[in-house]
Design a protein around this ligand. Structure first.
Ligand code: ATP
Ligand code: MG
Length: 416
């Protein structure tokens, strides 16, 4: 137990940290270019925020939340997704009074869901995401999708399928849900237990059932029952996507797992040797800000699984190689040389080079072995005789050549 991490969690090890940093840097760069600014919200929120925000009838709220009572007897939940917290912060900090649209992004946001651990499903995972408040035109839907695609491609994940759908607004959905219930009612006894439970509370989710696929063939689709405004929005979105050169499939079966979506919903899927994997999901949530106590403000965003991105990179063998941890290693022999070595390492670091020296009083041979293992391309040797003559030895580890350099020129030489 003591030396075993809880199920469904992953350690982020130094050998992979460059990959996280690379993904994070790409998110920051691409989002900044489009006028998005970073937001970080707490890891936990009042449980009610997710019940109201994500929706009481969703699997996330019903089955997957990490909820506990704190010492002050409040019900607290570790955030299962990034949007509800961002909306809460937007409302609480009166950000709706600033210039709109308000464009936000977050990187490596920890999310917690009590899921059955399996490939691609963790209990603590991380999401990159963006949220835009106060923009209702379909051009922003296209921008959000474009940014998602761009981030994935920047990390070597091309070969993406973009699936889009519209799940309408409360007005047209209400009419549609009655139609759907009427269609489902006679089949209900044959559907799985989960679907029978969803019939009253959340019949749209039945369409997402993985078990009853065949039985749901021919069900009325929300897409064919949109009101004029929603249908027009969807047509415009398709026009903008085409203008941006983004290929898409219209998939009337996408309903998404979270209740707050309206109009546009989308998923980005990529093929892996183990089958298709959803790396990003998002959509519009025009009612959410108001639902959570703010002024009526449209919103749209996505969540992108960081571990899923890394999984795709691994499965395709396109994970970026780790940079060399050191530019130079300083080998010293004797106390006086070590004093000079400590100073040299400081100066190399000041000059922007990754440099280190032995801190364990090891033999020259052991120090060389370490430098080699650490992948340092250059080794500077400071030892008795050379020290007295004011020179150091510079060894090129790749082609095993050695040269004597005046001690006061070594920093410059290594920086060039
Ligand atoms: P799914 O249908 O796969 O359960 P979801 O609808 O629950 O997905 P979202 O809430 O939209 O997923 O989350 C956005 C993204 O976060 C997903 O596309 C995926 O990349 C990632 N993600 C979701 N749940 C997990 C998890 N348990 N472990 C790792 N990544 C996850
Ligand atoms: Mg899920």
């Amino acid at each position: 137990m003591l030396t075993q991490a809880p199920k469904g969690t992953l350690d982020m090890l130094p050998r992979d940290s460059h990959r996280w940093q690379g993904i994070e840097a790409s998110v920051r760069r691409i989002c900044a270019l489009a006028g998005y600014r970073e937001i970080r919200t707490p890891i936990f929120e009042h449980t009610e925020l997710f019940q109201r925000g994500v929706g009481d009838t969703t699997d996330v709220v019903q089955k997957e939340m990490y909820t506990f009572t704190d010492k002050g007897d409040r019900s607290i939940t570790l955030k299962p997704e990034g949007t509800a917290g961002a909306v809460r912060a937007f409302v609480e900090n009166h950000m709706y009074a600033d210039a709109l649209p308000c464009k936000l992004f977050y990187v490596s946001c920890p999310c917690f869901r009590y899921e059955k651990p399996q490939s691609g499903r963790l209990r603590q995972f991380h999401q990159n995401g963006i949220e835009v408040f106060g923009a209702k035109d379909a051009s922003v839907d296209a921008e959000v999708i474009q940014i998602a695609m761009e981030i994935l491609r920047a990390n070597g994940i091309d070969d993406l399928s973009l699936n889009i759908n519209s799940i309408g607004c409360p007005t047209c959905r209400k009419v549609y849900l009655e139609k759907l219930r009427a269609w489902l009612a006679p089949k209900l006894p044959t559907l799985c237990e989960d679907c029978r439970k969803r019939f009253d509370r959340n019949p749209l989710r039945i369409l997402d059932c993985k078990e009853d696929v065949a039985k749901l063939e021919g069900a009325p689709a929300m897409l064919d029952n949109l009101c004029e405004e929603c249908a027009d929005h969807f047509e415009k979105l398709k026009g903008y996507l085409a203008a941006l050169g983004l290929a898409y499939n219209v998939d009337p079966r996408i309903v998404r797992g979270l209740d707050y979506y309206t109009k546009t919903v989308f998923e980005v899927i990529t093929d892996t040797p183990n089958g298709p994997l959803t790396v990003c999901g998002g959509g519009r949530y025009d009612g959410l800000v108001e639902e959570l106590g703010g002024p009526a403000t449209p919103g749209i965003g996505f969540g992108m699984g960081v571990e899923r991105m890394m999984m795709v990179q691994d499965l395709r063998g396109i994970a970026p190689a780790a940079p060399a941890p050191l530019d130079a290693f300083v080998v010293t022999m004797g106390d006086e040389a070590r004093l000079a070595g400590v100073k040299l390492v400081r100066d190399l670091r000041k000059a922007g080079l990754k440099a280190d020296l032995d801190h364990a009083a090891r033999s020259m041979k052991a120090q060389f072995k370490f430098a080699n293992k650490a992948g340092a391309p250059k080794v500077v040797v400071i030892a008795g005789d050379e020290l007295a003559r004011g020179v150091v030895k510079l060894r090129d580890m790749e082609n095993s050549t050695e040269a004597e350099i005046p001690a006061d020129e070594i920093v410059k030489q290594l920086s060039d």
